[in-house]
Design a protein around this ligand. Structure first.
Ligand code: FMN
Length: 203
C-alpha cells in the first residue's frame, strides 16, 4: 500500500534490526554538555550536566535530571531557580572540574565570573557563550534523580555568537558527551535542513 520509497525504507529497517545486538538498558550515548548553576547557601554553585532536554514548546520548558546526592539540589529547591550554561569547547576542563567536585566540600563560586539576570538567584557564567535562566515549575521525583522542570525566563548570549540574530552553533562551538565511553566531542558538519530534508521522500 505504501509508495516505493517508503517500502524501501521499511525493508532496509528490518534488515538493520536483524544485525543489532542487545546492549542492556543503560545506554544513552549522546548528550549536549552544560553547566547547571544554582545558588546554595548564598553562594553560586556549578555542576556538570549532561542530562537535559527541552520538554515543552509553550511555555518553553527545560528538564534537568539531577542526582539526589548533589549539593546543587538544595539551592534549586530553596530558590526555585537554576541556570543552564552552555560552555564552549575551550571550557572543557572547567566543565569537567564542575563534575568532579561537589559544593559540599569545594567552593565552586570563584571558578567563573558570575552574573545574575531577572531571577536574581540563578547564577550564570559570563565565560559561557549562552546562558539560560530558569524558574522551577515542577519537580518529578525519580528513584535516584530529581527531574527539575524549569521555564526559560531569559536567554543571554554574547552578540559575537550570533549570525543573523540567531545563535550560531559553529561560533558557540559546544561540547558533546558520549557514554559509556565517557568522551567529550565537538560539533561535526551540518548535513541538512531539519523539517525539510525528508520532504523528498513525501513525493
Ligand atoms: C560529563 C559529566 C556529566 C554529568 N552529568 C550529570 C547529570 O546530568 N546529572 C547529574 O546529576 N550529575 C551529573 N554529573 C555529575 C555532577 O556534575 C557531579 O556529581 C558534581 O560533583 C555535582 O556537583 P554538586 O554536588 O556541587 O551539585 C556529571 C558529571 C560529569 C563529569
Amino acid at each position: 500500500m505504501n509508495g516505493p520509497i517508503v517500502d524501501r525504507i521499511i525493508r532496509k529497517k528490518k534488515h538493520d534490526i536483524m544485525k543489532k545486538v542487545k546492549m542492556g538498558t543503560r545506554i544513552f550515548p549522546i548528550m549536549p554538555m552544560s553547566i547547571l548553576g544554582a545558588k546554595v547557601d548564598g553562594k553560586a554553585n556549578f555542576m556538570a550536566l549532561g542530562w537535559l532536554s527541552r520538554v515543552n514548546a509553550n511555555p518553553p520548558l527545560i528538564g534537568v535530571a539531577v542526582n539526589k546526592s548533589h549539593y546543587s539540589i538544595a539551592g534549586i529547591k530553596e530558590n526555585k531557580t537554576f541556570s543552564i550554561n552552555i560552555p564552549t569547547k575551550k571550557m572543557m576542563k572547567e566543565t569537567d572540574y564542575c563534575g568532579l567536585t561537589s559544593g559540599k566540600n569545594t567552593d565552586k563560586s570563584e571558578i567563573f565570573n558570575v552574573f545574575y539576570g531577572k531571577l536574581l538567584t540563578a547564577p550564570m557564567i559570563d565565560e559561557c557563550p549562552l546562558c539560560i535562566e530558569c524558574k522551577l515549575v515542577e519537580t518529578v521525583e525519580m528513584p535516584t534523580n530529581e527531574l527539575f522542570i524549569g521555564e526559560i525566563i531569559e536567554t543571554h548570549i554574547e552578540p559575537q555568537y550570533l549570525t543573523d540574530d540567531i545563535p550560531d552553533i559553529k561560533k558557540i562551538d559546544p561540547i558533546f558527551l558520549t557514554m559509556p565511553d565517557n568522551n567529550y566531542w565537538t560539533l561535526g558538519e551540518k548535513i541538512g535542513k531539519a523539517w525539510s530534508a525528508g520532504k523528498e521522500l513525501k513525493k
